[in-house]
Structures are given as C-alpha cells and as structure tokens.
Design a protein around this ligand. Structure first.
Ligand code: CA
Length: 645
C-alpha cells in the first residue's frame, strides 16, 4: 500500500507540507519536504535512515531555484514497465514503482517540478523545468542536489581527475584507483570530488549506490563534489576539460528535464549487484533493423602493443579468434598508417572469410587532447565521419572502438550521441574507450556495446602496482562500476608475464581460475579478452576450453557473497547454464558456504575451476548436495568458477 499525503495548495507564502511515498513493497520510503526555505528529500529503508534531509534545487540563468520554494501540489500514481535487454546483466526486466510528481512554486512566479520513482530498491528523480516569464531557454549554473548520509557511513569511491593530465592530456577518463570503506569525509585525491557510481555503506542501516542515467547531448555528465558541510553535492565538469573548449554548465530549451539521478538501496548487497536502475527510467532513442552484435574477441594490442599493428600479427589474432570460436577481432590504433587502406581491405576480407568480425579503432579527437595515434579527425566531424562509416559498411565492418574523449561537458556528450546515431545509420556498433561512464546508454542507443571507463587490463602491462592490486579491484567492480553500466575491461590474461614473449615485463599475481572468474564477474556484451596465441599451448587446456565456451550475454545476475574490496561471488545465467564466479583479495583463504538455493539447483554436478593457495589451477567436479550451503574455499589472489548446466 502506498502511504502519502496530498499537500494543499496555499496562498503565498507556502507552508511546508511534507509528502511521503513508499515503494510497492513498502520497505523503501521517500519524503519530500521544505526545510526553512530549501526543498529537501530524505530516504529510509525498513524505517532506518539512508539519507537525512538532503538539499534539492538549482541556480540558473533565470533565477535561483534552490531557496524560497514550497510544494504547491503533488500527485501520486504507479508505473509498470516490462522490457527486454540483451546487453546488460539481465534479460527480462519487470519494473514497478510508485511515482510522485511534485510542483514547486517560489519567488518571482518561478516554478519547477520534480518527478520521483520509488521502486522496491531504487529511487530515481529529475527536475522538470517549464517555460516561464517568457523564457524558453535556461543555463543551469549549479545544482543544490545533494546527498546527506548519516555520520556512521563509509564510502567506496574513485576520484575525478584533474583535466588535461595523463597520457597526451586525455583525462578525465574514469581510470583512477579506488578507496574502500573510507571515512565519509575523505578528501578526494585531486580535489575535484568523485565520479559516478559511488557506493556507501550506511553503517548497519544498509547500502546505497548513487549514479545518474539518461544523460545525452542535452546535459553534461555530473559527478559528486568533495564532501562539504556534511553533504556530497552534484558537481559539473571542470572548465578546463575538453582543452577548455565548451561550457562547463549545461544549457537546455524549455520545457526541459535534467538527467535522472538514481539511488539504489538495500539492507544487504544483493540489490546493489542486481539493480537495473540505470535502464528502468530511460527509453530507446531509435531502433536498429538488426540487433547489436555481441560476443568474444581477441585483441593483439593488449599484450603485443603497437608493434603488433601489422598485417602479419593481425592475421595471427584473426586465426586465434577463429580457433577459439570467437566472433570478433579488435584491430587497434595505427592500422591506417601501418597497414593502409588497401591492406586493411584485404585483412578485413581475410577475417570475414574466417567468420571473424573486425572491430576497428579510431581516435575521437579532435582538439581536446594531443593524441597522435591514428586514425584521427574522423569521428569528430559529421561529413568525414559519415564518409568513413560508408567505407566501413562497404567493406563489411560492423563494429568500431572510439578512444580518447574530452571529458564530461555537454558538448562531449553530444559527440557520443552523434557518433552512435551516425553509426546506427550505417549498421555499425560502437565501443568507447578513454571515456566517461555510460549513463543508461545500453538501452538508449541500441548499437552501443560497451565502454571502458575503468582502470582496465591495459594497466597490468603498464605498471606492477596495478598487477599487485588486481584482486582488490576485481572485488569492487561487481558492486560499483559494473553494476550500473557495462564495462569493456579486456580481461582474462593467461600469460604469467605481461609481454609478447610471456617472459618479461610485469608479473601477474593472480591465478588462472581468478582470470576465468573475471570473464564472468566483469560484464560487457562484447568482451575483447587478453588471450594470446601462445596460450593455446602454454595455458591449461581446461582453461582454454572454458574460454571457448564462456558467453558474454546473460539472462540473470545474482549476488551470492562478498564485500567490496575483500572478496566477491556472483552468479550469472546464460541459456540454462549458471556460472558462479568468485575472487578473493584478502591475505588469507576465504572459506564460504555458498547459498545457491535461489538458482534452482538440485542434485547438480558443477564443473569446478579453482586455484589452490599456491595458485595452481585445477578443474574438478563438485557435487552440490545441499544448495543452501555449498562449501568452497577461495585462495588469496585466487578464483573459483562453478559451471552448472
Ligand atoms: Ca584506457
């Protein structure tokens, strides 16, 4: 049952009349109120506080919409959406929520509305701004929108970087280290706050995962400010992003709506892992006349780097993809320079003759960084872009990877949308790297098939520190980054050493079963794995057989066990087969009795892939006697995968 009060419209000044709505199951509650003269909201779960009264509103070119406003009227109804997805953690989504529409009136006849959807574990909200006082446009200078957690809260966060730093000035690109279980008031590394998504443990009250969705060319991407006066506030891009070009503040035509901000809430971590919040409140922007191509791929550049971008080495990785039964091969930067257009046409034809789809790399740039890797200046201008996409289509290329974007400003969001929209017209799917977090794009843009936006596997090659912390990061992503968006990580390294000869460079600290587990833990509809031709002979045959069979699309995803930063066990189902994958970042083995009763397994036999404490890999058969308590042990830096058909 929904519990709500209808606020009465009162003559100015408006009296604050709180309105509370509950989720369909009654456990999650949202209260909208006015504190002094500031609109505020608060959230509780099972009667326990998740967010204390937190500010709402914004400052704009047509006035201050954060002070002096009262609730003029409210309306409550319900929404029920049923939709299917083939690129995210879950196939069939049945979404029900209580919807609250609240109209605010303030000084100078200014008005705005808010739309809230309160589902069993997810809150989504946005501002709706009407035309007013003859104004049909607005610049939002800043938002008051904030999140005030109780004092006992700890945070799992990754910082927003300085603009124009890193490789050739390509940051921010959501490729930073994390803090886990940090005090709520921790200062961020660069002083620019934290990127979405952000996870909070609200003491013993529960968990909350913050992000935003529905961001397109009509707004900037936002992030969290540094903690100030007890609140994290929505922050906009830094003026220096995009080489200083383009505004940091978003602008829109009126009437207009802001992106949705979402808060996923649970007593435990299951709703955090299983949420579909980013996709529940957005709609497809267009339809394709064919579904996006999902699947596995090989990727020479990861271990063999720039020197491998030549026709001979690329044929080796096409052959490897074919041998593994993979759908794709990713041909990375410099192909136009090193192989040439004519050579590429032959190479593409060779790949297609082996039923392997080439994914071709492009730079997004542009003037927003100093990237030399080519092809450059193809994806940032529509006339050249469309000509290029025609060449791709005419040669049978169905996928591209576009790299090195310029940050989070509105004009960069417009570039993402422009590339996706043109690509859709030419039957091409798109993966982004060196990029922002995708915000609902899996559903909004049907030909969008993945984004990096994470400190990804390339860093295993770049620095030993990342190898040393590989397990730590793997235990975070299912709860944070990869929960709210697909993640193109380039995982599963079976080389012991991270170089071409498997005999030098950085050293992998994790076991082979750990690597297999990440192929399930990390979810993206297109996975370009870090396997190399030598792995056909120097890696365990059972590991290669596993990698031949592992899918990249899922019907279901379930949280089984874990704690972000320590260990993680997640189950995913593909066409009747469950894959239960776990990794351990702790210094000692983690002994668990997995509760798999929700997976419907009875007298099942599981193929069990595991690392022992010496990180020796083995495959065995595990008989599941009691699905509610399946005893397993995961070694430090080790992994476990159970496959139940
Ligand atoms: Ca990258």
């Amino acid at each position: 049952m929904n519990r709500f009060t209808i606020a009465l419209w009162l003559a100015m000044p408006l009296a604050a009349s709180a309105v509370t709505v509950d989720s369909p199951d009654g456990r999650l509650s949202l209260t909208l109120d006015v504190d002094g003269n500031t609109p505020v909201y608060s959230i509780s779960y099972d009667g326990k506080t998740i967010l204390e009264p937190s500010p709402l509103g914004f400052k704009s070119s047509i006035g201050d919409f954060s002070k002096g406003f009262g609730i003029a009227s409210t309306k409550v109804d319900t929404v029920h959406r049923v939709f299917a997805q083939d690129k995210i953690k879950k196939k069939n989504i049945d979404y029900k929520a209580t919807r609250l529409r609240a109209d605010f009136k303030g000084p100078d006849k200014h008005k705005f509305s808010m739309e809230w959807e309160v589902a069993d574990n997810d809150v989504a909200f946005r501002y709706i701004i009407p035309r007013q006082g003859g104004k049909t446009s607005i610049i939002i200078d800043s938002e008051a929108t904030g999140y005030r957690f109780p004092a006992a809260t700890t945070a799992f966060l990754t910082p927003q970087s300085d603009p124009m730093i890193g490789w050739k000035g390509t940051k921010p690109s959501y490729e930073e280290y994390y803090v886990a279980d940090a005090p709520i008031d921790s200062a961020s590394q660069y002083g620019h706050g934290y990127t979405f998504p952000a996870l909070f443990r609200v003491g013993d009250n529960g968990w909350a995962l913050l992000t935003e969705t529905g961001v397109d060319g009509y707004y900037c991407a936002s992030h969290l400010s540094d903690f100030e006066n007890g609140v994290y506030t929505i922050a906009y891009p830094m003026p220096g992003e995009n080489n200083g070009n383009g505004t940091a503040a978003p602008a829109m035509a009126l009437p207009g709506t802001t992106p949705w901000r979402t808060i996923t809430v649970g007593a435990d971590l299951a709703p955090i892992v299983e949420t579909t919040a980013p996709w529940n409140v957005v709609e497809p922007r267009y339809i394709l006349d064919r579904p996006a191509q999902t699947g596995r791929g090989t990727w020479s550049w990861l271990l063999w780097q720039d020197n491998s971008i030549n026709a001979e080495d690329q044929r080796k990785f096409i052959d490897l993809a074919s041998e593994l039964g993979y759908e794709n091969v990713l041909i990375d930067n410099w192909w136009d320079n090193n192989i040439g257009r004519k050579g590429m046409e032959e190479l593409i034809a060779y790949a297609r003759s082996k039923n392997v789809n080439p994914i071709l790399w492009y730079s997004s740039s542009g003037y927003w960084n100093d990237i030399e890797q080519s092809p450059v200046n193809h994806m940032d201008r529509p006339i050249v872009r469309k000509k290029e996409m025609k060449w791709l289509r005419d040669n049978g290329v169905r996928s591209i990877k576009v790299d090195f974007f310029g940050g989070d400003k509105q004009e960069t969001m417009r570039l993402y949308e422009d590339i996706l929209s043109d690509a859709a017209d030419y039957g091409i799917d798109v993966v982004f790297h060196g990029c922002t977090l995708p915000r609902g794009w899996e559903r909004m843009y049907p030909n969008f098939v993945g984004s990096e936006a994470v400190l990804a596997s390339e860093n295993l090659v770049f620095e030993q520190k990342f190898c040393d912390l590989e397990a730590f990061h793997a235990t975070l992503h299912p709860f944070i980054r990869n929960s709210v968006a697909v993640m193109e990580y380039g995982g599963t390294v079976l080389n012991k050493r991270l170089n071409r000869g498997n005999d030098g460079g950085t050293t992998r600290r994790t076991g082979d079963a750990f690597q297999l587990a990440t192929s399930v833990l990390f979810q993206n509809p297109v996975q370009n794995f870090a396997l190399a031709p030598n792995n056909l002979t120097d890696a365990p045959a059972e590991a290669i057989d596993f990698m031949k069979a592992v899918p990249t699309t899922w019907d279901e995803t379930k949280y089984i066990a874990g704690y972000p930063g320590r260990y993680a066990v997640i189950a995913r189902k593909h066409k009747g087969t469950w894959y239960i994958a776990g990794v351990n970042a702790e210094a000692k083995p983690v002994k668990l009795k997995l509760d798999l009763s929700a997976l419907g397994l009875h007298d099942a036999e599981a193929e069990c892939y595991s690392d022992n404490t010496a990180l020796q890999f083995s495959k065995s058969i595990l008989k599941v006697k009691n699905p509610a308590a399946v005893p397993v042990e995961i070694a430090p830096n080790g992994g476990l995968v159970l496959v139940v058909k």
